[in-house]
Design a protein around this ligand. Structure first.
Ligand SMILES: *[C@@H]1O[C@H](CO)[C@@H](O)[C@H](O)[C@H]1NC(C)=O
Ligand SMILES: *[C@@H]1O[C@H](CO)[C@@H](O)[C@H](O)[C@H]1NC(C)=O
Ligand SMILES: *[C@@H]1O[C@H](CO)[C@@H](O)[C@H](O)[C@H]1NC(C)=O
Ligand SMILES: *[C@@H]1O[C@H](CO)[C@@H](O)[C@H](O)[C@H]1NC(C)=O
Ligand SMILES: *[C@@H]1O[C@H](CO)[C@@H](O)[C@H](O)[C@H]1NC(C)=O
Ligand SMILES: *[C@@H]1O[C@H](CO)[C@@H](O)[C@H](O)[C@H]1NC(C)=O
Ligand SMILES: *[C@@H]1O[C@H](CO)[C@@H](O)[C@H](O)[C@H]1NC(C)=O
Ligand SMILES: *[C@@H]1O[C@H](CO)[C@@H](O)[C@H](O)[C@H]1NC(C)=O
Length: 313
């Protein structure tokens, strides 16, 4: 299928090149990022699920794979939830930018006192994750948020943090997450059963601000980019990518240039701040059995060394 997709892609490019007047071609060529396309195998994956996701899932085989790397076991809730989401593409004002320069802002303690706020706010697209706040940290992390990747246990529920210009990208890790989304969109009482931490009990965002991340992107991160095994012995927790790496991969899909900030984790310095906010230390992350931070750090080092992405911190 990827072969067909890349053939289509080449076809689309040549059609574009033959039809566009001179200047847009130049722009298209200068924006085209070959490194991203090679890394992602030229795959033109729709980043977000739409109401007709079943068709896409069947084409890519993700209908035969359980959440979070496919749609299986979530269908009855996806059907309900996606019907309630009016949009499944990039926001217009972002899609209209032909050369998208993006920054992915991790929540790492390295951002403390970084004074990177103004620089971060100068990008076309600013991607943040989970409940990493901007309120009170503007000098170091900026104040604009284009996309925020989160899941039910990490999405803001306090309207203090509401930003009308943000599009929230939901990662669905388990069937309960999709159930949660469908209940909120139907204005039903949310069941808190099955979560590892209390999920948000209300949505502070409008439905048009919500998207559901295509599980195929999670699969690509885990299996192709981080090379995580697909099965784990019973004595070991399955490893899932952190939101940070997922966010960077999303950026590689939708942007033409990607910079990152706040991604330095030093696991040997257990006392250092884990995040730029709050009091958690690195020891919290070192104890997390569901991630493989060293594998992620190696992957990131590779991206930076090959100048695929630029590191600001
Ligand atoms: C995006 O571009 C389309 C087509 O050129 C235009 O109709 C629309 O108004 C633009 N939207 C924004 C938000 O800039
Ligand atoms: C950040 O700056 C404040 C005030 O200047 C200082 O008290 C604090 O120790 C600094 N934090 C770090 C992590 O450097
Ligand atoms: C949202 O974007 C509009 C238009 O760019 C801007 O005027 C407004 O200040 C932004 N609001 C927030 C909360 O950032
Ligand atoms: C790209 O394709 C190669 C060869 O089939 C495979 O080894 C690699 O994991 C793929 N990478 C992605 C990101 O799909
Ligand atoms: C990580 O922390 C240790 C101990 O504080 C320090 O010796 C080392 O240089 C740090 N490594 C990096 C890459 O910052
Ligand atoms: C780590 O933190 C503890 C308690 O705050 C302190 O006593 C200790 O000196 C710190 N160790 C390092 C290496 O900074
Ligand atoms: C972090 O620790 C400081 C000092 O002990 C405390 O005042 C503050 O409330 C703590 N913050 C959080 C989010 O727990
Ligand atoms: C983490 O990933 C590295 C590199 O792929 C691997 O060598 C290591 O065994 C993994 N650790 C765990 C706990 O899965």
């Amino acid at each position: 299928m990827l072969v067909i997709i890349s053939v289509l892609h080449v076809f689309t490019v040549s059609v574009l090149l033959s039809r566009l007047p001179t200047d847009p071609i130049k722009e298209y060529k200068s924006c085209y990022n070959e490194k991203f396309h090679l890394l992602l195998n030229m795959s033109e994956i729709e980043p977000f699920l739409c109401e007709n996701y079943r068709k896409q899932s069947a084409i890519f085989g993700t209908n035969k794979v359980d959440l979070p790397y496919g749609t299986r076991k979530g269908e009855r809730y996806f059907d309900v939830a996606l019907k309630k989401l009016p949009k499944c593409d990039l926001p217009d004002e972002i899609r209209n930018i032909s050369c998208k320069k993006c920054v992915v802002v991790g929540n790492g303690g390295v951002l403390r006192n970084s004074t990177l706020g103004k620089k971060i706010d100068s990008y076309d697209v600013i991607i943040r994750m989970n409940d990493g706040p901007v309120l009170g940290y503007e000098d170091d992390v900026g104040q604009k948020t284009t996309f925020r990747l989160c899941y039910p246990e990490s999405i803001f529920a306090d309207s203090l943090h509401y930003d009308p210009n943000t599009t929230v990208v939901l990662m669905m890790f388990k069937p309960h997450d999709v159930k949660w989304l469908s209940e909120l969109l139907l204005h039903r009482t949310v069941s808190t059963y099955g979560f590892w931490r209390k999920p948000a009990m209300r949505l502070i965002y409008q439905p048009h601000q919500l998207r559901v991340l295509n599980p195929l992107i999670l699969k690509q991160v885990s299996q192709n980019l981080l090379n995580f095994p697909t099965s784990f012995p019973k004595t070991e927790k399955p490893k899932h990518p952190t939101t940070g790496i997922i966010a960077i991969t999303l950026a590689l899909h939708i942007c033409n240039e990607v910079h990152i900030a706040g991604f330095k984790y030093n696991l040997t310095s257990l006392n250092s701040s884990l995040h730029y906010y709050g009091n958690d230390t690195m020891s919290v992350m070192a104890q997390n059995e569901y991630h493989n931070i060293s594998a992620e750090q190696m992957f990131l080092r590779d991206l930076i060394d090959h100048k695929t992405v630029t590191n600001l911190t």
